[in-house]
Design a protein around this ligand. Structure first.
Ligand SMILES: O=P(O)(O)OC[C@H]1O[C@H](OP(=O)(O)OP(=O)(O)O)[C@H](O)[C@@H]1O
Ligand code: HPA
Ligand SMILES: [Mg+2]
Length: 178
């Protein structure tokens, strides 16, 4: 696995520090609110697992699975719901947890979909953002790091379902996918 990585972009240490900062900010901002965090499967699972342990206020979790990449480094442009939420979000303060906002297509779809369910608020926390590649103007409320326009893997992010278990964020060697 390691031989397929061109460069480490974010180390385990950098990830840990940023997740703690985000958790502290979210705990402050959502104090007294009815917070539900929604993990977008599968990529956001490691981030979500780390982040919720840095959130020090009462909260609930739920999961939604959407997919648009498949075996490609380019979005198919079609976002499909593979699993919906188990619970209603009416009157709740929803925080969508994403690993990455790249073209913005997934997030746009999620925001439109979840905003129609009468939540009190719907906000977004993403660990990574590729602002350079944005096709759609969606702005995350909380963000870990801005990264350059390269296909990255690790810390939940995959290429063809592999590399999600790397503990850091790395740039995949182009010969792996071309
Ligand atoms: O901004 P976008 O260009 O839409 O890309 C971001 C989305 O793509 C990835 O999901 P993917 O469809 O690969 O599913 P996965 O999380 O199961 O890997 C990632 O986890 C985001 O949800
Ligand atoms: O750079 C990426 N890596 C893995 N999955 C992704 N989904 C959108 N962008 C990426
Ligand atoms: Mg993926």
């Amino acid at each position: 696995m390691k031989n397929d990585i061109k460069e480490i972009l974010l180390t385990e240490e950098q990830i840990k520090t940023k997740v703690a900062e985000l958790g502290a900010q979210i705990s402050k901002d959502y104090k007294g609110k009815d917070l539900i965090v929604i993990c977008i499967l599968k990529g956001a699972t490691p981030f979500m697992a780390d982040l919720i342990r840095e959130i020090k206020i009462p909260m609930a979790i739920d999961f939604m699975a959407v997919s648009s990449y498949g075996v490609s480094t380019q979005s198919s442009g079609v976002v499909r719901i593979l699993k919906d939420l188990d619970t209603g979000i009416e009157n709740k303060d929803v925080l969508i947890i994403e690993d990455i906002v790249d073209s913005g297509l997934t997030l746009k779809y999620l925001l439109e979909n979840l905003s129609s369910r009468k939540a009190n608020s719907v906000k977004v926390c993403t660990f990574l953002e590729k602002t350079e590649r944005r096709e759609i103007n969606v702005i995350p409320d909380y963000k870990g790091y801005d990264i350059p326009n390269e296909f990255v893997v690790g810390y939940g992010l995959d290429f063809a379902e592999k590399y999600r278990n790397l503990p850091y964020i790395g740039v995949l060697k182009p010969e792996i996918y071309s």
